[in-house]
Ligand binder design. Structure first.
Ligand code: BES
Ligand code: ZN
Length: 626
């Protein structure tokens, strides 16, 4: 029965270019494509288009309005199931306004609730609702947490399954939907979204003094990529199809840091096929933004911690841009395969950096990723640790980036760059706007690239890489000469040499990280004082340097760094740069645990709900161990 329904739903989707047609993007029905993080039953009834119409209210911290959903249901399907999380739902009707029966199921703390709607033949449903102030996708920033310090700011972060806290839809990466939105915001603020802008940079004035901004995404995307921000934003063009949005105080710095973005788009297109999304703009957010970057289509969201003045962290831009292929064109069908998004992207990102800046520059990033991978594999239980698998439990993807990208690099080195690049380019093209699983990728690779060459199959070890634990022996360690020079200084320092001999002038973030992460973990207070005073670590304006330094300081219970640490934790919200510090504190008995609790209590209002939840679980896990 299910298979017949699925076939009926999928009929007509076998056309080669889905984007250009009105046919909805296909869903996958294999066992590996079953998403355990959604309540939806897409093979019975699925959403194909979402139209949002929302008022943004900073005073109540709510979004209120409606969602109009286009539904594609199997013949006679009685109901549709959506994902919602703590939404205040006022009504559900069909397009003509006739009420439909609906129920909200119990709330799971991870996946939220099922919203089940009796269809009664409806092809369109309208949900009138309001998000709650605690919506997990949204972060409402008071003016003091912005660069301008005068006006509030709001942004959404949907990946992985947070958008159900403000958009009632089927929130699964395998259920692609086109969408449109109207946002009404205070008259002195600007709204931006991960879509084509229909209403001009300043929006349209409303009689009550507010402004309306309209957007449209006409390509089917997984719903985690629906994103918006509202703030006192300005725009600076950087190229014919690129530019940056940010608050006025950051505009010059952002434009200078991201000056090469248009070249990156060109390079990416030359590697793996045309950029299919029209514009590529960036939004530089306040430091509370929980990630380095987020690949929202047409509008990458970025942390300001990458703006270090020397362009050394624009690999993050290359990364988010690369997701325009790996992730946004070809999307992990479930979060168990997030390495298909992140591993492919990390590999692709490195190729973009190589195209623009050469082999050695790319080697620096790849070499550091190798170090990170070694640490992650050790932390995940080593060669037999279940957490070191690529295809694994959803959300457990510690090694997705590093082991995933190394997997693809190994294939490149084994089959040769020319063949591999041609394959990858055709892969993105043939699977554009479709979900993908590990099994699907391997089948495609075997059919198109290996073409029944058993010796190649044997040397690649595809299944071991995809499903096995640890690191296979054919992994490729790319080594950087620049970092080898840092290693020499590191060896001298670890051997007792003076901090004054380090001479880090002109070091990029990557050289700093190689040095700081390589310092022997046990240090005396005198030695830490020498390091801090000579190299200016506590007061560094580079958050990567500060974070790596605080890790070392915490491991040695070094009190003079604590006031800096405390201020840092209330300013920076990027998970990658704060989680290790809370984890480190929790390992230092009551000296650290008390600080972790106090600093978190103080900083919690400054964190995105998902970051706050992540830190709360670090603290809870630490408390259990004691
Ligand atoms: N898609 C991720 C961010 C993400 C991951 C959000 C998981 C929610 C859940 C993004 O592309 C990313 O990987 N960002 C990295 C930067 C990258 C250069 C490693 C980050 O946030 O640090
Ligand atoms: Zn990514």
């Amino acid at each position: 029965m299910r298979i017949i329904l699925a076939a009926a739903l999928l009929a007509g989707t076998a056309v080669p270019s889905i984007a250009q047609t009105a046919a909805p993007a296909p869903i996958l029905t294999t066992a590996e494509a079953k998403d355990v993080w959604t309540h939806a039953e897409p093979e019975v009834a699925r959403v194909t288009h979402v139209a949002l119409d929302l008022d943004v209210n900073f005073a109540t911290r709510t979004l209120g309005g409606s969602a109009l959903l286009d539904v594609l249901a199997a013949p006679g399907a009685p109901r549709i199931v959506l994902d919602v999380d703590d939404l205040a739902i006022a009504s559900v009707t069909d397009a003509s306004g006739k009420p439909l029966k609906w129920t909200v199921g119990p709330r799971d703390k991870e996946t939220g609730s099922a919203l089940t709607i009796e269809l009664n033949g409806a092809k369109r449903i309208r949900i009138v609702y309001r998000s709650k102030p605690g919506a997990t996708a949204l972060q409402w920033l008071p003016p003091e947490m912005t660069f301008g310090k005068k006006k509030p700011f709001l942004f959404s972060q949907g990946q992985a399954i947070l958008n159900r806290s403000w958009v009632p839809t089927q929130d699964s990466p395998g259920i692609r939907q086109t969408w449109e939105a109207t946002l009404r915001v205070p008259g002195d603020l600007v709204a931006v979204m991960s879509a084509e802008k229909l209403s001009g940079d300043k929006g349209e004035p409303l009689p009550d003094g507010r402004r309306a901004f309209r957007f449209r995404m006409d390509k089917p995307v997984p719903p985690y990529l629906i994103a918006f921000a509202v703030g006192d934003l300005k725009f600076r063009p950087l190229g014919p199809r690129s530019g940056v949005w940010t608050e006025a105080p950051m505009l010059d710095k952002a434009a200078s840091e991201f000056v090469d973005v248009e070249k990156m788009i060109d390079a990416a297109g030359k590697l793996y096929g045309p950029y299919r999304w029209g514009r590529y703009d960036m939004l530089l957010l306040p430091p509370a933004f929980p990630y380095g970057g987020m690949e929202n289509p047409m509008l990458t969201f970025l942390t300001p911690t990458i703006v270090t003045g020397d362009r050394s962290n624009t690999d993050v831009v290359a990364h988010e841009l690369a997701h325009s292929w790996s992730g946004n064109l070809v999307t992990n069908a479930t979060w168990s395969d997030s390495w298909l998004n992140e591993g492919f992207t990390t590999y692709f990102e490195n190729r973009i950096m190589e195209s623009l800046y050469g082999k050695e520059q790319a080697a620096i990033y790849a070499d550091l990723d190798w170090d990170t991978m070694q640490r992650e594999i050790a932390a995940g239980g080593g060669q037999t640790g279940a957490a070191t698998r690529l295809h694994g439990d959803p959300g457990a993807g510690e090694v997705d980036y590093t082991k995933g990208s190394n997997f693809l690099r190994m294939i490149e080195y084994t089959v040769g760059r020319e063949k591999w690049d041609a394959y990858l380019s055709s892969y993105f093209d043939r699977h554009a706007f479709q979900p993908q699983t590990t099994a699907g990728f391997l089948a495609d690779l075997r059919e198109r690239l290996l073409k029944g060459q058993p010796e190649l199959e044997l040397s690649l070890q595809l299944d071991r890489w995809s499903y096995g634990a640890g690191l296979p022996g054919n992994a490729v360690h790319v080594k950087s000469e620049t970092l080898a020079k840092v290693d020499a200084k590191l060896a001298a320092f670890n051997g007792g040499g003076p901090a004054g001999a380090v001479q880090p002038r002109g070091w990029t973030t990557q050289e700093w990280l190689r040095f700081l992460k390589g310092i022997d973990k046990t240090q005396t207070p005198a030695r830490l004082k020498e390091l801090d005073e000579t190299l200016g670590l506590s007061a560094s304006s580079n958050a990567y340097i500060q974070s790596a330094w605080f890790e070392l300081a915490i491991a040695n219970r070094y009190d003079p760094a604590v006031p800096y640490l405390r201020a840092y934790l209330s300013r920076i919200g990027r998970g990658l740069l704060v989680y290790p510090l809370y984890k480190g504190l929790m390992k230092q008995g009551e000296w650290g645990a008390s600080k972790a609790r106090d600093f978190f209590a103080e900083a919690k209002p400054t964190y995105h709900p998902s970051t706050a939840a992540g830190i709360a679980s670090i603290l809870a896990a630490g408390a259990e161990r004691e």
